[in-house]
Design a binder for this molecule. Structure first.
Ligand SMILES: Cc1ncc(COP(=O)(O)O)c(C=O)c1O
Length: 423
């Protein structure tokens, strides 16, 4: 595999950008190598600067449910760009996308668009704190809610690769109101609510965890979170930045039939452009400025290019698409399990529709400790071998794999063949 150009460009990047990247996991530190530098993408395929071609199972970390450069997204974006890229003023596109999301996501009656998932989650917490007039936030080990100060303890995704459990630069006072519990552990939730329930502003959770690999909620986990937050007057926040419009049209809340108070979105609703959003019922959302006293703003929020890409993406999604994605997901899961079995390797492939995880482990993975007990050391070697065989996977064991509508059965078979080839 030729990589001279990628290497040359990455060396150049490292001179002016910390670690050569604008987001840590991209640096391939977890797999002890240098990243490939991407030149283009179309459908399920990406090409690097040396002309190597890969089947992409990262999909820009989730947004590209239609694959790269989908014609209807490109068309919508070009049309929007020609009319002016940003006004910092209202457009009808915002109404259109807001209405589509309100119709789709059970918990959302009103929505505020922001520019990233991080902005969505940090604003959701501010709103929850204002609504309840309380400070404590409960989050779960291995869940990732973006890079705002209050979330960066024992967090998933790139944070999981750091040596320290809390990022440097965060004052104790900022994180002191954040309590981190094990995912899928009902007992610890009961315990903390018994002790501090009246002071808990919100519980924030990824209803399907996608930032420590993929971990599905055990039966009763989400139900109990809903029940206990209601009992104590705390806010339940579903961080559906990954799962929103990924696992089905209404998100994980539709699958599990749980209605949170606030839902955070991102990724797919921006069709590959920088977007986030948070929403809930009228009562809570009317507290946001200028209607209410919770301040939150953004120069480029709701900008027409991102709104157009999001709209074009959502317009391509319907029940039939999700059922096709489920079939392809089931196919990849079955095929990979069998392929590894033939190589005498036991794996766990937790999956919901088109998002799945891969753990080298004989036992079910339910929480962060289980993730750490899986054979993480296998992953480096596996990632490199897959890359050499034309399969692009997230360069960390703590991430989710995604299939798009553009992935074919042949793409999936090539994934399996790459595993067989790389013994
Ligand atoms: C569940 C979840 N929440 C929040 C975020 C933060 O989103 P962003 O990277 O757009 O700030 C991410 C990012 O991957 C995420 O997976």
């Amino acid at each position: 595999m030729k990589n001279n150009r990628s290497k040359e460009i990455f060396d150049r990047l490292k001179k002016s950008i910390p670690g050569g990247v604008n987001s840590p996991v991209r640096a391939f530190k977890s797999v002890n190598s240098d990243p490939i530098v991407i030149k283009s993408g179309k459908g399920s395929i990406i090409k690097d600067e040396d002309g190597n071609q890969y089947i992409d199972f990262v999909g820009s970390w989730g947004p590209l449910i239609l694959g790269h450069a989908h014609p209807s997204v490109i068309k919508a974006v070009l049309e929007a760009v020609e009319k002016g890229v940003s006004f910092g003023a209202s457009t009808e596109l915002e109404a259109e996308l807001a209405e589509m999301i309100v119709k789709a996501v059970p918990s959302i009656e009103m929505i505020r668009f922001v520019n990233s998932g991080t902005e969505a989650t940090m604003s959701a917490v501010r709103l929850a704190r204002a609504y309840t007039k309380r400070d404590i936030i409960i989050k779960f080990e291995g869940c990732y809610h973006g890079h705002a100060d209050l979330f960066l303890s024992k967090s998933g995704s790139g944070m999981a690769e750091m040596d320290e459990p809390v990022s440097a630069g965060i004052p104790d006072s900022t994180i002191s109101e954040t309590i981190t519990l094990p995912y899928n552990d009902l007992e610890s939730i009961e315990r903390i609510f018994n002790k501090k329930g009246n002071k808990i502003a919100a519980v924030i959770v990824e209803p399907i965890a996608g930032n420590m690999g993929v971990i599905l909620p055990i039966p009763d986990f989400l139900e109990r979170l809903r029940g206990i937050t209601e009992e104590y007057g705390s806010i339940l926040i579903f961080d559906e930045v990954i799962t929103g419009f990924r696992v089905n049209y209404g998100g994980a809340q539709k699958i599990y039939n749980i209605c949170p108070d606030i839902t955070c979105l991102g990724k797919i609703i921006g069709g590959g452009f920088p977007v986030g959003a948070y929403g809930g019922n009228h009562d809570i959302m009317k507290m946001i400025a200028p209607q209410g006293s919770v301040y939150q703003a953004g120069t480029l929020s709701g900008n027409p290019v991102a709104m157009s890409a999001g709209l074009a993406t959502l317009k391509n999604l319907n029940n039939k698409v999700y059922s096709d994605l489920e079939n392809r997901g089931a196919y990849v899961e079955g095929l990979l399990i069998n392929t590894f079995k033939e190589e005498n390797i036991t794996v766990q492939i937790p999956r919901c529709g088109s998002m799945f995880g891969l753990f080298f482990s004989p036992s079910t993975i339910n929480n962060w400790n289980d993730v750490l007990s899986s054979k993480l050391e296998f992953f480096k070697d596996f990632h490199l071998k897959m890359l050499k065989n034309g399969i692009y996977l997230p360069p960390s064991p703590f991430e989710s794999y995604f299939i798009s509508t553009s992935h074919t059965i042949e793409d999936i078979i090539k994934f399996s063949s790459a595993i067989k080839k790389s013994k």
